[in-house]
Design a protein around this ligand. Structure first.
Ligand code: DGP
Length: 167
């Protein structure tokens, strides 16, 4: 169910396995959306970065090392629904994080991937952009399967990239 409401928060919980730092703003949210639950802190994530409007966190099913997602905090289903302003804020975060992932992991390239609708293999109905580091010959298919990641490895790469974020 989509509603506008203030996100709750528990200030006792901190850092990587804990809920994201919350904020008191009124925002559009969907109580059944997994990414909204990440925003509110009801579902944990390996968070790399957060600002007023967006967050970046590690994909739970990484197609390659350093596979990161950037989302707007507000719930908008896809590129058609999101406002140009919020899209711009999301893309600014994508650029910031792509630069630091590139600096940290030195991949051979990075794909930015963004899916809208079933035919495009959108599996989470909350606008998001993938930052996907690539290696020559990695044979990653852009419609990758969802294979659970090694959470120690995901946490480790999150910490490595985070250390290079500008203050
Ligand atoms: P897409 O297929 O473009 O909608 O990508 C959705 C991605 O979201 C997919 O690569 C797996 C990731 N994902 C799904 N659920 C979770 C979750 O609970 N936590 C994290 N960190 N990633 C998730």
């Amino acid at each position: 169910m989509i509603s506008a409401g203030a996100a709750g928060h528990d200030s006792r919980l901190t850092d990587h396995e804990s809920p994201i730092t919350n904020y008191g703003d009124i925002m559009r949210t969907d109580s059944e959306c997994i990414f909204c639950k990440i925003v509110t802190g009801d579902v944990p994530c390996f968070k790399l970065y957060e600002d007023d409007q967006t967050i970046a966190f590690m994909d739970i099913n990484p197609a390659n090392e350093g596979h990161t997602l950037v989302i707007p905090k507000e719930h908008w289903e896809d590129v058609y629904a999101i406002s140009p302003e919020l899209l711009a804020a999301t893309v600014q975060t994508v650029q910031k994080i792509a630069r630091v992932v590139n600096q940290t992991l030195n991949p051979d390239g990075i794909n930015l991937v963004q899916a809208n609708g079933k035919g495009a293999a959108q599996s989470v109905q909350h606008f998001h952009m993938h930052i996907l580091p690539r290696r020559v010959g990695d044979e990653v298919k852009l419609n990758w399967g969802l294979h659970p990641g090694d959470m120690d490895a995901v946490k480790d790469v999150c910490e490595r990239v985070k250390r290079n974020l500008p203050v």
